[in-house]
Ligand binder design. Structure first.
Ligand SMILES: Nc1ncnc2c1ncn2[C@@H]1O[C@H](COP(=O)(O)OP(=O)(O)OP(=O)(O)O)[C@@H](O)[C@H]1O
Ligand SMILES: [Mg+2]
Length: 254
């Protein structure tokens, strides 16, 4: 285990974190009083109705957005104290669309390496690890299928040697069999690399399968956080029970 890892056994810590968006003269609190720890090496699945603030919460972890209230700590250090590049190397974010830079698959991997000053020893080995043929390296990345792009996006996070992986609806645009394959790849990466994963998903079966812990966000508040088994079988909060029964369509009906 690296010295970096030994510094803290909490990978991500939210302390009364809050975020508001300003639209013209209107101020909307989209996250309020979020307090919770993501243990190093754990998979935390984050579920909640559309608009409840899940993507916003991930954005606070790698400074795509800054918290307006409270603190967000990554490996013990408050996000605002991190160098942004270093932070994004440590806490990689991958989402549904898996955007590729124009150029080949190889270019996409090299860019990730160059950005973080990392030497990429064997792109062939890496691309095979994520389940693609090495013949794909010279192909245009933008022309890949959705599932292939997801694999390249995951390969990029491996180049970065990020210790934290944040996934935002990573598999929701894929057909069920491609989604299952990507899910299995993520679990393999988690096991092989001991990465901490904060995983936003709308798929409750997926959340139940992959999570060690599950958190429910609704209307910008962290309603319940529990071990995944307890969350699904013995939810403590009435809102969680309603959510699991499919009664919470959006944040507004709370
Ligand atoms: N750039 C923005 N400016 C203003 N409001 C925003 C912005 N981005 C998000 N919001 C609002 O913040 C709230 C939370 O949005 P967020 O995208 O974090 O929700 P979510 O849980 O990820 O939803 P979904 O499941 O649909 O992806 C919503 O009410 C949304 O309309
Ligand atoms: Mg979202």
């Amino acid at each position: 285990m690296s010295i970096e890892k030994l510094k803290t056994d909490i990978a991500i810590q939210f302390k009364q974190a809050g975020k508001c968006y300003v639209n013209g003269s209107e101020k909307q609190m989209v996250l309020q009083n979020i307090t919770g720890d993501v243990p190093a090496g754990a998979v935390v699945t984050l579920v909640g109705p559309s608009g409840s603030g899940k993507s916003t919460l991930l954005s606070l972890c790698n400074l795509l957005l800054t918290p307006d209230e409270g603190e967000v700590r990554i490996e013990g250090k408050e996000v605002r104290e991190w160098d942004v590049n270093k932070l994004r190397q440590h806490a990689a974010l991958a989402f549904q669309t898996a955007p590729m830079i124009p150029g080949t698959v190889h270019d996409n991997l090299m860019l990730a390496a160059r950005l973080h000053d990392i030497s990429l020893q064997s792109p062939e080995e890496l691309i095979q690890y994520v389940g693609l043929s090495k013949n794909i390296l010279p192909r245009s990345a933008e022309e890949l299928s959705g599932g292939q792009k997801q694999r390249v996006a995951l390969a990029r996070t491996l180049v970065n040697q990020s210790s934290i992986l944040m996934l935002d609806e990573m598999t929701s645009a894929l057909d069920p069999s491609a989604a299952k394959e990507i899910e299995e790849l993520i679990i393999k990466i988690h096991k092989d690399e001991q990465k901490t994963i904060l995983w936003v998903t709308h798929d409750l079966e997926q959340a139940r399968r992959v999570g060690d812990y599950t958190w429910l966000l609704a209307n910008g508040r962290l309603i319940e956080k529990a071990e995944t088994h307890s969350f699904f079988h013995y939810p403590e909060k009435e809102l969680t029970r309603r959510f699991l029964q499919g009664e919470l369509a959006g944040g507004k009906d709370l």
